[in-house]
Write a protein that binds this ligand. Structure first.
Ligand SMILES: NC(=O)C1=CN([C@@H]2O[C@H](COP(=O)(O)OP(=O)(O)OC[C@H]3O[C@@H](n4cnc5c(N)ncnc54)[C@H](OP(=O)(O)O)[C@@H]3O)[C@@H](O)[C@H]2O)[C@H](O)CC1
Ligand SMILES: Cc1cc2nc3c(=O)[nH]c(=O)nc-3n(C[C@H](O)[C@H](O)[C@H](O)COP(=O)(O)O)c2cc1C
Ligand SMILES: Cc1ncc(COP(=O)(O)O)c(C=O)c1O
Ligand SMILES: [K+]
Length: 540
């Protein structure tokens, strides 16, 4: 086998493994026609994975014949070859099957389609910079998707406007209009719109035509499409422009051939629904997303759909590479509630618990992950992440190897700094203090509470030492696994245990607009011979 293909297969296995381990309660089938020696190991221990030679699945389809990049099983798809495209007839057929034998109603599918569009937009364009959204709706279901998207965008914090010149009298559509009116979303006529839409809007959603479009656009859509083209040309002339997001098909494009004469709209984002239609091959904008997370396996199999898995609970997934970004331009404008001296607890540990509970309530992944910085006698700082395993009035506890780099540095200099960053909450907490080992009993107790695999892993790993290759670690692990196969107690290695940082300084940071962040620092001081904490505000 060509080594690149072999590498692609291995990578696919890894991605598949990743996808599986992050998708709970699902069963996946993988066909590995010529398993490499690594395959069983890669797949072992994945709940829900059934390896079978009979079932066609991503693994073969994507890395076998074409030998295309394995990244398709990550969260993006890199080449056009690896994604499936539908013809106009297939798209209409799938619609009929979904709403016929598969028991969906059009309302349901439209709701999910519109939600996918709104979440795709929210992934790329933040309401802080792209608040004003005009949705131009056509007479069919594509227009309906636009009406639904406008409603969700309102709830996501955008300011939607709708232009819906050819309304459909069916209850589904009149209901969607009523819902938008009840949110006081303005409906604008074509005459209300300026010829350059960029003047009044940050985003224009093109929900005029979907996969049933044919021929040349009739009024008033011909004019509306022209305005989207003009707005794009303004951008090329260096003026500020609004971004165009097309739902399913860039309106005016041939559903299969795309922008035939090259004079059509050039959307910045395309949200394909169910699966991209053939015209999407011609899409060259920076953001191609897939939405419509409702495709049952029967459809995927019948139409041999190869599509990227949706990450987590997301309603959309990016297709294709993320655009190249100017790193220097990457920034967030933090918007948070005020964080004032009067609000903080006098006890910084209590204050920490409050913020930690907020991080837990927000559902953040590993809110207990913290950067630990240490400095040995050479005076050179080093940092790494560790997991907080306990916090109380005595301090902050984590566990590690007592012969690791951090352990050597702590033995030379028992002072450290820990740092939590809770991105979603615009918060950071830094804590500095002195460090001691926890008692052996405490370490014993914690060690035996860990998953058995991690206990054996701790025995197998001489943390921070050079290893000749991964196989050495795996071999060591396998031998230990066999040694403890009887299920008896795995002894805690002598060189494994906890550290406790006794805090001498806290700083609670909350991001605010214009970089005028809140920073409240706690330092110990004495009042009438009593130890207390003094809170001071620091300039951001
Ligand atoms: N399964 C899915 O993925 C789902 C997709 N959804 C969305 O539905 C559209 C397809 O919806 P459909 O109603 O079939 O069609 P369109 O929205 O594309 O539009 C049909 C109307 O447009 C008129 N039309 C067609 N061509 C022209 C033209 N050249 N000028 C003016 N008007 C035109 C057409 O009128 P006709 O008289 O020509 O028939 C119709 O009134 C799909 O793309 C998705 O966006 C569902 O929401 C969920 C399931
Ligand atoms: C999120 C996260 C949590 C981690 N938690 C721990 C931990 O609790 N204990 C640990 O020894 N290593 C942990 N690690 C690995 C460390 O970052 C580091 O690689 C290892 O401890 C060796 O560090 P050293 O060579 O500086 O001592 C974690 C890594 C990450 C990314
Ligand atoms: C090497 C190492 N040790 C310990 C830990 C902490 O893990 P646990 O929660 O199993 O104690 C981690 C976590 O990533 C780790 O990577
Ligand atoms: K469209």
């Amino acid at each position: 086998m060509h080594s690149l293909v072999r590498k692609a297969r291995t990578m696919t296995c890894l991605y598949l493994r990743h996808a599986l381990t992050h998708t709970k309660n699902a069963h996946f089938y993988a066909n590995v026609p010529k398993p490499s020696s690594a395959s069983p190991r890669l797949f072992s221990g994945i709940p829900g994975l059934i390896c079978t030679p009979g079932v066609r699945a991503f693994c073969t389809a994507l890395t076998g014949a074409a030998g295309s990049r394995a990244a398709v099983l990550g969260q993006t798809m890199e080449s056009h070859d690896s994604v499936s495209y539908l013809t106009q007839r297939e798209a209409a057929e799938i619609d009929e099957i979904l709403m016929g034998p598969l028991g969906f109603s059009v309302d349901q599918l439209m709701e999910l389609a519109g939600l996918s569009v709104a979440t795709s937009i929210a992934e790329v364009y933040k309401p802080s910079e792209h608040a004003r959204v005009l949705t131009i709706c056509g007479p069919g279901n594509n227009g309906g998707d636009g009406l639904v998207a406008a409603r969700h965008l309102h709830h996501f914090g955008y300011k939607p406007y709708v232009c819906y010149p050819k309304r459909t009298a069916k209850p589904l559509y009149t209901g969607l209009v009523t819902q938008l009116e009840s949110l006081s979303i303005p409906f604008l006529s074509v005459e209300d719109l300026k010829s350059d839409l960029s003047e009044d809007f940050d985003i224009v959603i093109d929900a005029m035509f979907g996969f049933s479009f044919h021929g040349a656009p009739r009024p008033p859509f011909d004019d509306l499409i022209q305005r989207l083209i003009t707005s794009h040309n303004h951008e090329q002339a260096g003026q500020k422009k609004s971004v165009t997001v097309s739902i399913d098909i860039p309106s005016g494009w041939h559903v299969e051939e795309g922008d035939v004469d090259g004079k059509g709209i050039k959307p910045d984002m395309l949200v394909s629904l169910t699966a991209p239609k053939l015209c999407a091959k011609k899409f060259s904008g920076p953001h191609h997303f897939l939405g419509g997370r409702f495709v049952p396996p029967a459809i995927a199999e019948k139409y041999k759909l190869h599509l990227p898995p949706y990450p987590g609970t997301s309603m959309c997934v990016r297709i294709g590479k993320p655009p190249k970004v100017d790193i220097s331009a990457l920034r967030e404008n933090y918007i948070s509630p005020e964080f004032l001296e009067e609000q903080v607890d006098e006890d910084p540990i209590v204050q920490f618990r409050k913020w930690f509970d907020d991080a837990l309530a927000a559902g953040l992944r590993e809110p207990n992950a913290m950067a630990l910085s240490t400095v040995g006698k050479d005076g050179k700082p080093s940092s790494r992440m560790v997991l907080l395993k306990g916090v109380d009035k005595d301090g902050f506890v984590w566990y590690t190897n007592y012969e690791s780099q951090k352990a050597h540095e702590l033995s030379e200099n028992p002072h450290a700094s820990i740092l939590f960053f809770w991105d979603y909450l615009n918060r950071q907490v830094r804590v500095e203090g002195s460090v001691q080992k926890v008692s052996d009993e405490e370490s014993e107790q914690y060690f035996h509470s860990r998953p058995r695999g991690s206990q054996i892993g701790a025995l197998a790993s001489k943390q921070s030492m050079v290893v000749p290759g991964r196989h050495v670690l795996l071999q060591e692990y396998k031998e230990l696994e066999q040694k403890f196969a009887d299920g008896g107690l795995v002894p805690k290695p002598k060189n494994w245990g906890g550290y406790r940082l006794t805090p001498q300084l806290f700083e609670f940071w909350q991001g605010q607009p214009s970089r005028l962040h809140d920073r409240l620092r706690y330092l110990p001081h004495e009042i009438n011979g009593q130890r207390a904490w003094k809170v001071e505000r620091l300039a951001p």
